[in-house]
Design a binder for this molecule. Structure first.
Ligand SMILES: Nc1ncnc2c1ncn2[C@@H]1O[C@H](COP(=O)(O)OP(=O)(O)OP(=O)(O)O)[C@@H](O)[C@H]1O
Length: 672
């Protein structure tokens, strides 16, 4: 223990003070202010006081150190549960039992300035598939009393002991969106009275919302795409900067004040009524918010007069509603006809697939059932078929009515497996938050539909309305390269020649696409192993080409690491993505955070000249040629160079990988 006394004088109003500084091993310094008179007094009493002070400091020091140990141990338990006990990423993200979460900058952990407590944990989008056990952090006082932000969005997490979250009393932001949490939200959530932002969107939460209206400072609430039911708590909507509970099963009347919010905040809750929704409440539902919270008594008291008044209002509302619906239908129809016409002119759209019934009530029910919908029920354009032979006769209606199975959620959307009437399984990607105009989207999709390569999966159709963008692909039953490399199926190991084959094929396919689409400025934009699908013959094919624009958030996060901004670098970003896939093939390690951590880890190991350590153990056991692996590693490392201009061209990469392949084949022949 290193106790240093560092003195400086501070002119305070009443007396001078001495600053004692204890330098602790974890970079935390404790300052204490002692009156100068104590140190400089010669009396025996005061010397005793100094010793007492020093002993108190040592005790404080000891407590701080053991706090840090407790924090580290608890965070490790929390992390292990998130990652399903997977060890490899511990080392990549810096989380381990021998380092300090604050001083050693564990990935996603943010501490206060003196590094005495954890303020924020942000582990969003890291591909965790385990469980978030709230007790692992919220039942630990040293974390619960300081943690203000907890971000776990866009993983694939389930929940455990969620009711314990209430002990993390300081939380201002809790983000659990884009996971697979299910069951009821704990009532104790409403005890988090410091919350400003609560995100639980895109999970499988069900049951009633706890009474979150108690949290007076709540300004952002995202709960869309769950299966929540019951009445909406009586929020003071004026406080909200963002509020969205669409795509749930809420019932009853939207509380007063909801009219200040957009319709999109409430849509696709079939049993919800009142402003701002077009659906007016019947007399029964008008009484329901109160009756749900103060059951029975009130509804009994409603007098016959009030009942008659409600019936009157209901009839007027119904009449207005019918008039509006009739008008909208008429307008919708003419719009549809116009848009179908214009699409026809732009490209060879098979008009027979356009079905004006898509705006019907019958269809909306289908959307709900399938989970695929046109937001706000405003279906403004039809399904555009790009490659008709495979999906002959497919209608948008069919897609909406067919049962849909959720096969995965990514950062940019959700993918459903849909088997239409033709019996062909399709994968429907519903794109989230893509700020692209409908026209731009259509043009882009039609251009992409013109460029074909056997190892690039083209969309068979697309759908686009103002708020909804869907892409339809043939469903690939053998899954993705990501699943093949990291899936749990036993015996599904890709050997070295298979990996080399995948590397060569996707490089060649990507090179072709870049060549064809360079002038249009359309790069892949999100190249990663979950977007490399395996066909029936286990041939790799690149999917989702061109679904991301260069200026999308995801791109810029890769861009910022690579010091690159702007459209011209989108193609170089794909080379970075390819490099990460090559690293994944070589190391067998899972990729998180755009491959940043994996690339950094590989580079650090290579710099230490422990290169062989990076290779997947199954490749070493198989006896794969070390020389070939080293050659591919060299290419991969060049592809993930921080400077985009230093990355090789796809032609060069293809040539080098083919050389490695040929060398391998020659050596196999000579061994025989
Ligand atoms: N045509 C398809 N056939 C079979 N599975 C598919 C198809 N398209 C996508 N998938 C799978 O669906 C899952 C979700 O895909 P999605 O592209 O939405 O997520 P992602 O690739 O993980 O992330 P991102 O949103 O960043 O692309 C992935 O496991 C993907 O491999």
């Amino acid at each position: 223990m290193n106790i240093g006394i560092f003195s400086s004088f501070h002119n305070h109003k009443h007396s001078e003070q001495i600053v004692l500084e204890l330098s602790l091993p974890q970079n935390c310094n404790i300052f204490a202010y002692l009156p100068a008179s104590i140190l400089f007094s010669s009396s025996k009493m005061n010397r005793i006081s100094i010793w007492v002070a020093l002993i108190l400091f040592s005790l404080l020091l000891h407590t701080t150190k053991s706090n840090m140990v407790e924090i580290r141990n608890s965070l490790m338990i929390f992390y292990r549960k998130l990652s399903n006990n997977s060890r490899p990423s511990d080392s990549i993200l810096g989380w381990n039992m021998t380092s300090d979460p604050c001083k050693d900058s564990w990935f996603g952990v943010y501490c206060d300035e003196q590094a005495l407590s954890v303020k924020k944990i942000d582990l969003g989008g890291l591909g965790f598939t385990g469980t978030f056990d709230a007790s692992t952090i919220c039942n630990v006082q040293s974390i619960a009393t300081s943690l203000t932000i907890l971000g776990l969005s866009n993983n694939s997490l389930g929940g455990e002991n969620l009711d314990q979250i209430a002990s993390c009393r300081q939380l201002t932001h809790l983000n659990l969106g884009g996971n697979r949490f299910s069951g009821c939200l704990p009532d104790s959530l409403s005890m988090l009275n410091n919350l400003i932002g609560l995100d639980i969107w895109q999970n499988n939460f069900s049951g009633n919302l706890p009474d979150l209206a108690w949290i007076s400072g709540l300004q952002e609430f995202r709960a869309q795409h769950n299966q929540l039911t019951g009445p909406i708590p009586k929020f003071d909507f004026q406080n909200f900067m963002y509020f969205n509970i669409s795509f749930n099963n809420f019932t009853g009347h939207i509380p007063f004040g909801g009219k200040g919010l957009p319709v999109s905040s409430f849509i696709m809750n079939p049993e919800l009524c009142g402003t701002p929704l077009p659906k007016q409440c019947s007399s029964a539902s008008l009484t329901s918010p109160d009756s749900d919270q103060q059951p029975k008594k009130k509804s009994k008291k409603i007098s016959t007069d009030i009942g008659i008044m409600f019936v009157g209002y209901f009839l007027i509302g119904l009449a207005l509603f019918v008039i509006i619906v009739v008008k909208l239908c008429k307008r919708g129809k003419t719009k549809e006809e116009r848009s179908a016409d214009s699409v026809n002119k732009v490209a060879s759209v098979d008009d027979s697939f356009y079905d004006p019934r898509t705006a019907s009530g019958e269809n909306k029910a289908g959307m709900n059932k399938s989970g695929i919908s046109a937001e706000s029920g405003m279906v403004s354009s039809s399904l555009v078929i790009l490659t008709s032979p495979e999906v002959n006769g497919l209608k948008f209606d069919d897609l909406l009515k067919a049962p849909a199975e959720l096969i995965g959620r990514g950062r940019h959307g959700t993918v459903y497996k849909v088997v239409g009437e033709q019996g062909m399984p399709l994968a429907v990607k519903r794109i989230r938050d893509w700020m692209i105009s409908s026209n731009e989207f259509k043009q882009r999709m039609q251009r992409l539909g013109q460029v074909k390569h056997p190892n690039v999966l083209s969309a068979v159709a697309f759908y686009c309305s103002q708020k909804e963008k869907l892409l339809v692909y043939q469903y690939q039953e053998n899954g993705s390269l990501f699943r093949l490399l990291h899936g749990t199926q036993m015996g599904q190991v890709l050997d070295w020649s298979g990996r080399l084959g995948v590397a060569a094929t996707i490089t060649e396919a990507l090179s072709f696409m870049h060549q064809e689409l360079r002038e249009d400025g359309i790069a892949h934009g999100n190249l990663k192993s979950s977007n490399i699908l395996l066909t029936r013959n286990m041939e790799p094919c690149i999917s989702e080409y061109g679904l991301m624009m260069v200026n999308d958030e995801d791109q810029s996060s890769v861009a910022s690491f690579n010091g690159q901004v702007g459209p011209s670098n989108a193609f170089k970003s794909d080379i970075y993505g390819l490099g990460v896939i090559l690293l994944e093939l070589l190391t067998g390690k899972m990729v998180q955070n755009n491959g940043l951590a994996l690339a950094q880890w590989v580079l650090s190991v290579v710099q230490e000249e422990w290169t062989v350590e990076v290779f997947d153990k199954t490749l070493i056991q198989e006896g794969a040629s070390e020389e070939s692996m080293l050659n591919l590693l060299q290419i991969a490392v060049k592809c993930v160079d921080r400077l985009p201009e230093a990355r090789p061209s796809l032609n060069q990469i293809a040539l080098l990988i083919n050389n490695i392949k040929e060398e391998e084949e020659r050596s196999i022949v000579s061994e025989q």
